[in-house]
Design a protein around this ligand. Sequence first.
Ligand SMILES: [Zn+2]
Length: 412
Amino acid sequence: MKQLFINIKELLQVRENKVDKLSGTEMKELPTIKNAWLLIEDDKIADYGEMDSLPEINADKTIDAEGKIILPSWCDSHTHIVYAGNRELEFADRINGLSYEEIANRGGGILNSAKTLQETSEEEVYQQSAKRLEEVMKLGTGAVEIKSGYGLTEEGELKMLRVIKKLQKNYELPIKATFLGAHAIPKEYKEKPDAYMDLVIEKILPKVAEENLAEYIDIFCEKGYFSVADTHKLLSAAKKFGLKPKIHVNQFNAIGGIQAGIEHDALSVDHLEVMRPEDIESLKGTSTMPVALPSCSLFLSIPYTPAREMLDSGLPLALATDFNPGSTPSGNMNLVVSLACIKMKMTPEEAINAATINGAYAMELSETHGSITKGKKANFILTKEIPSYTFLPYAFGTNSIESVFINGKMIE
Ligand SMILES: [Zn+2]
């Protein structure tokens, strides 16, 4: 099946030669073709070019994209889409003056979601999560990572990971699974947190590996959650099962999580709202992708990742949603791209690069996703008629997407 898009106002992120990620000043450049055509053959990008040089193509379907822009679909490398119930009551508590930490101390927060998850059947968790996944696909997400971490028991964690596995089976977009058993310390382990680490490492982790339920390992390395020593211990254990680290660090405090991640060749270090000069220094020259989650900063009213400082130091940066019931009940990558421009002073080019090719890198998908390149998967967004690509982050809150294609098929 050949689908030909013609008269495309601008085709974005066209990379003739494959790149795996972009860093520093490279991110300022977003290669495009104006007045372009794009040929999709089955599930892949077959060819593209300028309208002036459109060859004769026997297409099964021709789509006129006059006035519209095509860009690769968003690659959201950090989400917690699989969960049960919502926490809008805590949202009201926060408006009434309680802090994230105070809510956590009252048994709210992650532990609240864990309780609901444990009490909800696997089928029901699947149904709720599938609905959210379909919602973000319609918002232009064409590849996604999903974490466990609301189980916090052997049964709960495996339940979440099995739900992710079922989503992988039933949906065409790539879904990467991450085991986040070390997300919070359950109430019954409050006085003996080491015993919970032992449970995660000795009991749950081997089961996760045995059932092949995750590719990545994650931990919330933060004061009041898990220490740098815990992080080293978990990442070392996970390495034996072939799980690569993608970890939560530097959200509220800089305690050395970045350095621990780098030591274990982390694929990504995520959050990074609090960055010391030595944290930026440590990331230089490594293969670890820093990931910023600006909609979490918006929702919690905490600082934004200092993207400008990081990019100007030559680092790469990816953008993701952190979609979760507590700190980011939104999986809208369009909003993330807007916030990156508005709040983090990233240029539209940098933000689009961060949300496509660098997001793909943070899921080990650069080979197949994240750019318009011959042979890559046909996962892309067709916009409505808009004046320019800068309009996308500028018109924040406006849905500029007309349709989304995954593996060459339009999402209904
Ligand atoms: Zn997260």
